[in-house]
Design a protein around this ligand. Sequence first.
Ligand code: MTE
Length: 327
Amino acid sequence: MHILRKRGWELPEAAATPEAVFLNRRQLLAGFGLTAGGMAAGGIAGSALLPGGALAAEGDPSAGLYPVPRNEAYQPGRPLTPEAITSTYNNFYEFGSHKQIASAAQALKIRPWELRIDGLCDNPQTIAIDDLLKKMPLEERLYRHRCVEAWSMAVPWSGFPLAELVRLAAPTSDAKYLRMETFLDPDVATGQRASWYPWPYVEGLTLAEATNELAFIATGVYGKPLAKQFGAPLRLAVPWKYGFKSIKSIVRISFTDMRPVSFWEQIAASEYGFWANVNPDVPHPRWSQASERLLATGERIPTQLFNGYGEQVAGLYTGLEGEALYM
Ligand code: MTE
């Protein structure tokens, strides 16, 4: 039985981010002449100059692959969140239960890095990250990201559709779910020494969700390889679900006929369920999900069902109305 502790990402946003920290961030951006609108107008080209960018993937052997062509079909409908903000405000419990884990995460070694694909599939394999990157069609997509804590951002991920990886694995007809697992290395990831958490971090999707066009494996961001704090070198992006589903630094994907129990579900199933689809009308047991705070500006805007991606994903859930689809 796990001891329940107060987790940083369960605090209301105002408590998790002291106003002074937030204001300093804004002043920093203003100093660079960068507002969220300015970033959107200028695109991502200038991001390497930003302080957050300085922590990004320097010396990464995949650097030459980026930037990748943008798939214009995926527009966030709001300005991109500046890299200086998204790369310094992260949830990555392996490196600490607060948002300022970026420098601790630099301890993560991302080469060599292998992805193990196993379980109910015809093509199980262990593949080195750089071989995988050569096989996959890389593209950039601008996605909204909605954290269960009720903050949100818009991010230019680079990577490939998860459906391509599923195709590579060739699941058998018995496979119903994907179970995904993060690395386990408490020597490097000091957060994993906290024994009250059920390490390693695990997440899951149905096969139908994993092959939906929106399910994306991010390998880069802001036109560069993923910085470590974003979950290098492989991280899921499922933008219609709360952010905790988007598992970072994946080492294993297993095809299974049993629904995986995810990390947060093991800790508090009544608060963080398997489905975790964004819905403004279904409050978290301890706070409202009706609105969200834009990380860049602090503006509060109404939350949308499926984070605004209902057109692509609502059909995945017909016939499942009896399930707790929105927690
Ligand atoms: N993956 C792992 N392995 N460990 C984590 O702590 N946090 C999740 C998700 N993936 C987490 C993780 C949560 S709660 C969110 S909101 C997003 O990562 C945060 O991603 P970001 O830091 O890139 O914003």
